[in-house]
Design a protein around this ligand. Sequence first.
Ligand SMILES: [Zn+2]
Length: 219
Amino acid sequence: MTENLGVLGTKTPRRTGVERVVNAPLPTVYGKFQAVGYMDHDRGEEQVALVHGDIGAERVLVRLHSECLTGDAFGSQHCECGDQLAAAMRAVVAEGSGIVVYLRGHEGRGIGLLAKLRAMALQAEGLDTVEANLALGLPVDARDYGVAAGMLHDLGVRSVRLMSNNPLKREALVRHGVQVDEQVPLLIPPCESNITYLRTKRERMDHHLPHLDAVAHLS
Ligand SMILES: [Zn+2]
């Protein structure tokens, strides 16, 4: 790696951490948000937090949403991500204030879009989502939440009510200095295409999905 040398030959310190870059109004079908754009200097990634209303600092209703192109944009029924994103945006608007942090670089629990598609191809052959990642020589979950905590700190948030079924998200936020007062379930009714995936999340990744008990009839 070449060093970044200034005109006097001294080393220019590289920026680190997360920097707020832009704030733009974003009207959506769910309600009005502010899209607050950040640059993550550690990873070189662009990130965005959708802020609704006057959020305050304590017990802020927050969703940390991991990017999922197939679920969020294409309406994939392989997973429940698209429905979770919509439900989170609706919940924040219904509450009157809150934040949806949309985490880019989290495709396929952090393995990337193409690897996720490879894992989905293996799942179509009968592997579950955990086995598929491992068969590809990839981690089951490679997501990092440091940038999310950095964005919440920048927005003045000290404690959250976290909309998530995933205990790892809660633990990660706490580790990064954001208090989690409450974990709010975000339960999406399963369908035939995603019931196996959801059961794997519950049984192998410890997700809290009590509503799956009621749908034993789905194969
Ligand atoms: Zn998804």
